[in-house]
Design a protein. Sequence first.
Length: 138
Amino acid sequence: MAQGTSAPASDETVALVQNAAVRALNFEQGDVAGLNKARADFTPQGWKEFVKPMEGFLAPNGAPQFTSKFVPAGNAVITDRANGVIRLKIPGTLTQTQGKSSTAYRLRIEVQASGVPPKIEHLEQITCDKASAVTYCM
C-alpha cells in the first residue's frame, strides 16, 4: 500500500506507533540529531505540535536543553481505531533532566496515528495525579 492509505490497525501497527511515540520522548541534552530522528515518525503538523511546548527549551540550532527519558509501564492500550486512524494510551514514567536537576512524572501519552506506515498526528503527555499508580493512569 502507498503511504497515506488506510489499513486496519494490526498488532504490528500498534507496536510501530508505540515504539515511535516512546522514541520521540527519549533524547539527550544538546543532541539535535537525536531529537530530530523522531521527526520521520510524525506528520509535518504532528511534529510542529510536538515540539511547540519545547520552544523555550531548545537552543537556537534546535538542540534540546534537557534530557528526556520515557519508560512505558506496559503495552499501549487501543482507545479507538477507525477509518485508518488509531488512538493509543501508553502509561509510564517520564524523567526530564537539566544539568544536575531531575524530575520524574507519572503520566500517560495519548497518541493518534494514521497511514501506512503509520505517522503520528498527535502526541500528548498527560500527567497523572500523585496518588494514582502508573498502570491506572489511563
